[in-house]
Design a protein around this ligand. Structure first.
Ligand code: PLP
Length: 436
């Protein structure tokens, strides 16, 4: 019999993993609803997926309707190149998404992961200006603590995340501005926002002619530690950068598809960006797919008689039909299954648990947004926190996929999770803290 874990050790290189010290990964044999099922010591071991497999799984694992959509599409067109050819799933998805967007945000560019959606947005913004003769707009503005992905441009605008300091010399030109993060009972938020906005204003006064766009995660910075901000702050930021003519890119790769309580986070902010990047929840955790949606007016700046004004960008698996078919079905499920109502239910449970968690002396800065609950360990040790590694392993041994990000513990469950499952995860979270 094949020993898969032994072969994993020999042949596989896992992402964001220190292979010299980390434990063997769990071998997952099947997944259903909010649960993963691993093979462990010859028996099946159930794990509640409390972070939705890196924030992708929305309706639950192996949903019958999504499985069917995938199978049906495989019978028709599994894949076809997307230049010179098109197909119904991609056309329908673009139309559906455009209908959820305000103003003229109606042009969908397909890629296949969040970093690439960001990369495409950055290149679009850069070339948008170049196509109009403004070739000096070659820099970008991003927030401290932002995370937009791992490819070169995406990594550059994620300079403030702390993951990529080694690669500074390799990066594109990005200027950083402070982010005003907040939590449930934060007395200083107004002051923090004023300081952040003043720093932004100063940056714009000095450098605006060279800046193409600002990129930001609305309401919630994800990978750099689940830092939340008030919608008022994002609105004020957008108004200020617009006054200096910059384009506005919202990276909703993590916040999209209900995570913050509305289908998209921008709905709560009350401003319309010029581009939106979507990926993680787009195919409900099934397939790699991403989009950059932009305004018709921006699209028109790329029209011309020669190729020189066209966007020289596109990936081989652009708009993969299998992925688009699942994304279409997933979007329809939001309406059919009243998913947003389900998210309010999860939110209400989180809010109830928040007051209990606030009594715990191991954690601070407790916060809830939509389906996300987060808090920070009191003695903050950064991304390499030993406590955080201990907790990850302990939670896993108890059958919970709760993976602290540095000192930040968070829950982001699939929307199909039941109140009983949530209650058991809360209890486990507290028991883990008691082991410290
Ligand atoms: C995960 C993430 C990305 C990168 O997406 P990948 O699919 O991992 O490349 C970009 N932006 C945000 C906000 C993310 O959370």
């Amino acid at each position: 019999m094949t020993n898969f874990l032994e072969n994993d050790q020999k042949f596989v290189w896992h992402p964001y993993t220190q292979h010299a010290t980390e434990r063997d990964p769990l071998l997952i044999k099947r997944a259903k609803g909010a649960s993963l099922y691993a093979q462990k010591d010859g028996a099946e071991f159930e794990i509640l997926d409390m972070i939705s497999s890196w924030w992708t799984c929305t309706h639950g694992h192996s949903h019958p309707e999504l499985n069917k959509a995938l199978q049906d599409q495989a019978e028709n067109v599994p894949h076809v190149m997307f230049a010179g050819f098109t197909h119904e799933p991609a056309i329908r998805l673009a139309e559906q998404l455009a209908q959820h967007m305000p103003d003229d945000l109606s042009r969908v560019f397909y890629t296949d992961n969040g970093s690439s959606a960001v990369e495409a947005a950055l290149k679009m913004a850069y070339q948008y200006w170049a196509n109009q003769g403004e070739t000096q707009r070659v820099e970008f503005l991003a927030f401290d603590g932002a995370y937009h992905g791992d490819t070169l441009g995406a990594m550059s605008v994620s300079r403030g995340s702390g993951f990529f300091s080694l690669f500074e010399e390799f990066m594109c030109q990005v200027r950083m501005v402070p982010f005003a993060n907040t939590w449930h009972v934060d007395q200083d938020i107004i002051k923090k926002e004023e300081l952040a906005l003043a720093a932004l204003e100063k940056m714009l006064e000095q450098h605006s002619e060279r800046l193409a766009a600002i990129i930001l995660e609305p309401l919630m910075q994800g990978a750099a530690g689940f830092r939340f901000c008030r919608p008022e702050f994002i609105k004020a930021v957008v108004e200020r950068v617009r006054a200096y003519g910059l384009l506005v890119i919202f990276d909703e790769v993590a916040t999209g598809f209900g995570r913050t309580g509305t289908l998209f986070a921008f709905e709560q902010v009350g401003v319309v960006p010029d581009m939106i990047c979507l990926s993680k929840g787009l195919t409900a955790g099934y397939m790699p797919l991403a989009i950059t949606i932009t305004r018709q007016s921006i699209f028109e700046a790329f029209l011309g008689q020669g190729f020189d004004k066209a966007l020289a960008h596109g990936h081989t698996f652009t708009a993969n039909p299998l992925a688009c078919a699942v994304a279409n079905r997933s979007l329809a499920l939001f309406a059919e299954e009243n998913t947003l109502q389900n998210i309010s239910r999860i939110n209400a449970e989180h809010v109830r648990f928040m007051s209990e968690l606030e009594q715990n002396h191991q954690v601070k800065h407790v916060r809830v947004l939509g389906s996300v609950l987060a808090c920070d360990l009191v003695d903050d040790e950064g991304y390499k926190s030993k406590k955080s590694l201990f907790l990850k392993n302990w939670y896993q041994s108890q059958g919970y996929n709760i993976r602290p990000l540095g000192p930040t513990i968070y829950l982001m469950p699939p929307y199909c999770i039941s109140n009983t499952q949530l209650a058991s995860a809360y209890a486990c979270l507290l028991q883990g803290l008691a082991q410290l």
